[in-house]
Write a protein that binds this ligand. Structure first.
Ligand code: ADP
Ligand code: MG
Length: 711
């Protein structure tokens, strides 16, 4: 007896090879198969007479095979299978190329249904590689699977064809449809007039009409986003029931702090700080996302809140994604707070005297501990942590927060900072458990960064301009898409001899091998230091270097000992070098818009005019359009929106890595759906926070939690 939970291994007709392939698609059980939805449909529902077929149209015909000409082999080894089908109104030939296994499929006298595009050949109209299906001779309204209807086309992966999936899924649907349970609460089904689960499953795979398919998909999109909303909102509600350290705002201290700064805070910075300080006064733990474009000044907001927390007698943890950034934050925060009697320390994987430091931390003698992921390594325990600040890593589970504190009854507040603009639909779903603060404006003294697309023939001119900037004492970033050159790799391969069947001729050239040349840090460094800027100090920086070395280089660059820094995307986030005025990006088309915008934000961090040069050799229009968007806009939100429009949701933000079901992903761009699901989820949770009355929903929510990993 098989049921919905039966593993695919135990389903008849799925051989061992297919089992492996299905697992690669994430399909483990009968249920998974039923919920593996098509990506699109082909409409073969209109069966016409053969005499009506016109070349160029996609058509479906039925008839008897009156002639077969099987497995002829043509020159160059091409195999052709040809049949002639007749339906009383006329006859038509159908040909299949290089599918010799079809030889056994067709016999004279069989009745078939054929669907596909009609082509015009020398001998008249024919069908090339049509979809085919055997049919009964006299049956009226026979329910076919591959033809004579709207047929599902699944996302095909190597070796799993839509035809095979239809052949497997349809009988399973017939067998199991009755036992697929309804998961949506009745009132929601009624309120939104959704199709019931069983009808929806049929209609999503084998729809009666495109309208029915759309209605079915609308239901499943709703369902997936609804589950996501339940998950996010439930976590949020549960967290709000917990207690957090209480940190009343010290207005005088805050005034003193702002007065000590060498600049005036922007209105946005003030508003955000106030919102955070208000949260810190509450009993429940804060979960707030502070969003602000690169250079908008998030660090000072965090420092101010940290100071307030420390003066309430608590500790602060400040976590950055890289060693360089942690060190930079350590320096700037120590500096900002130096007159306030606050003890600030740095902890990274490389910290010496870790044991002593951790003892001090546990004894409460350190007020603010800044660091990398080392902050959540084993043995790190705060005495009375009240605030966790995260830079450029949006998430930090409640469990992780609790893990850092001795008193597990109190959950520390969380402030997460990011320069990644988050569209509204995401703010209400994936980030729906976080409250949002926005720094909307840049510090006043900033000049707009001039952004230019540089054509290959303008390269020399660009170098001349850069030389004049260096002579003024300015710093220059050069970003390359990769570390090693293709050439070096090829040379290595040549030395080692042919590897795994690949042979590289002695007199290779890159273009010959079909590899487009992509600038590499090492090559570019050689060229710039020896040929272009021989009189200046050119240095390279990349992710394979030791953290200490990277840090020393960044410092030298910051202090002006290095003029040109050739680097990979390691400088992407946060590094502050006010004297840098030129950002030069090689192979700009290879980076996402958000990433390019981040690179650009590395310059223009002072009152000096700064420049961003985008070097590209790509003639591709889409790439051009994206780069043009960067030239035209300096607003991160606008760019995020454009990136979404130009590339589509699957390509942006690494959505794909989140592990969300397809239907939920698709729904993420639909604000109406997002709002509907949020309202519905709130309604359910208000009455039943533990989902005790909705065991099926609860199970799905829990399952989703194990599948997703949001950044
Ligand atoms: P980000 O938001 O990218 O993290 P930072 O916090 O690193 O930005 O700030 C960038 C630079 O701007 C720092 O050198 C900081 O001292 C400076 N800064 C921050 N706020 C202001 C302001 N209101 N006016 C002038 N400079 C500011
Ligand atoms: Mg920053």
């Amino acid at each position: 007896m098989i049921n919905l939970d039966t593993p695919i291994e135990d389903v008849p007709r799925i051989g061992i090879n297919y089992q492996k392939k299905l697992k690669k698609l994430g399909i483990q059980t009968v249920q998974d198969l039923l919920f593996y939805f098509p990506q699109r449909y082909d409409d073969f529902s209109d069966v016409i007479e053969i005499s009506q077929v016109q070349a160029g149209n996609t058509i479906c015909v039925q008839g008897e095979i009156i002639e077969t000409n099987l497995s002829r082999t043509f020159k160059r080894g091409m195999n052709i299978i040809e049949i002639t089908v007749q339906d009383g109104s006329g006859e038509i030939k159908a040909l299949w190329f290089n599918q010799p296994f079809l030889e056994k499929t067709f016999r004279q006298g069989d009745f078939v249904c054929l669907a596909g595009k009609a082509s015009l050949g020398k001998k008249g109209i024919y069908l090339s590689n049509p979809v085919h299906e055997k049919i009964g001779q006299f049956e009226e309204n026979e329910d076919l699977t591959h033809t004579a209807r709207i047929i599902p086309v699944y996302g095909e992966t190597k070796g799993v064809s839509s035809r095979w999936l239809r052949y497997i899924i349809k009988p399973l649907l017939t067998q199991f449809i009755e036992v697929v349970p309804e998961i949506l609460p009745k009132n929601i089904l009624e309120k939104y007039k959704f199709m019931g689960i069983q009808n929806a499953l049929w209609q999503v795979h084998f729809p009666d009409s495109f309208e029915a398919a759309d209605a079915a998909k609308a239901r499943f999109s709703f369902e997936e986003l609804f589950i996501l909303q339940l998950s996010v909102l439930r976590e949020k509600a549960k967290l709000l029931q917990k207690k957090a350290p209480n940190c009343p705002m010290d207005a005088d201290l805050m005034k003193k702090f702002t007065a000590s700064l060498p600049f005036e805070l922007t209105a946005s910075q003030k508003q955000c700080t106030f919102a955070i300080l208000k949260d810190l006064e509450k009993e429940a733990p804060m979960s707030r996302l502070l969003e602000g474009d690169v250079g908008s000044g998030k660090t000072v907001v965090a420092a101010m809140c940290a100071l307030n927390v420390v003066k309430c007698g608590y500790q602060v943890a400040f976590m950055a994604p890289t060693e360089i950034l942690a060190t930079q934050h350590y320096k700037s925060i120590s500096n900002m707070l130096k007159t306030f009697g606050v003890s600030v320390e740095l902890l990274t994987g490389k910290t010496l005297g870790r044991k002593k430091l951790l003892e001090k931390l546990f004894a409460g003698k350190i007020d603010i501990l800044i660091g990398t992921h080392a902050l959540i390594s084993k043995g790190v325990e705060f005495k009375n942590l009240a605030l966790v600040v995260l830079d450029e890593q949006h998430r930090f589970g409640v469990a992780q927060r609790a893990h850092l504190v001795k008193n597990k009854q109190l959950i520390p507040h969380l402030l997460s900072m990011t320069a990644t603009p988050i569209p509204r639909t995401l703010a209400l779903t994936v980030y729906g458990d976080l409250d949002l603060s926005l720094i909307k404006e840049m510090p006043k003294n900033r000049k707009k960064i001039q952004t230019l697309i540089v054509e290959p023939k303008q390269r020399k001119e660009a170098y001349q301009f850069i030389t004049s900037e260096i002579k003024k004492g300015r710093g220059v970033f050069v970003i390359c898409p990769k570390i090693d050159s293709t050439k070096t790799k090829l040379e290595e391969m040549q030395k080692r001899g042919p590897v795994s069947g690949s042979f590289i001729p002695q007199n290779y050239n890159v273009a010959m091998l079909g590899v487009t040349e992509i600038k590499s840090v090492k090559e570019e460094y050689e060229q710039l230091s020896k040929e272009i800027f021989p009189d200046f100090n050119v240095t390279m920086l990349h992710g394979k270097m030791k953290p200490k070395e990277k840090e020393r280089i960044m410092l030298d660059f910051k202090n002006g000992q290095i003029d040109v820094l050739v680097s990979t995307s390691v400088v992407e986030v946060g590094v502050d070098v006010p004297r840098a005025t030129v950002m030069m990006i090689e192979g700009a088309e290879r980076f996402g818009l958000a990433q390019l915008h981040q690179f650009r934000g590395r310059v223009g961090r002072s009152d000096m005019q700064s420049y961003c040069f985008l070097f590209t050799t790509s003639p591709d229009q889409l790439n051009r359009k994206r780069l043009k968007a960067l030239v035209d806009s300096s607003n991160g939100f606008e760019l995020a929106q454009k990136d979404l429009e130009i590339r589509g949701p699957g390509q942006v933000y690494g959505y794909a890595q989140w592990g969300l079901p397809d239907m939920a992903m698709q729904g993420l761009s639909n604000i109406f759906l997002v709002e509907k699901t949020r309202a519905a989820a709130k309604e359910v949770l208000e009455k039943d926070i533990n989902l005790a009355d909705h065991p099926l929903l609860k199970e799905r929510v829990n399952r989703l939690r194990t599948q997703i990993h949001f950044e």
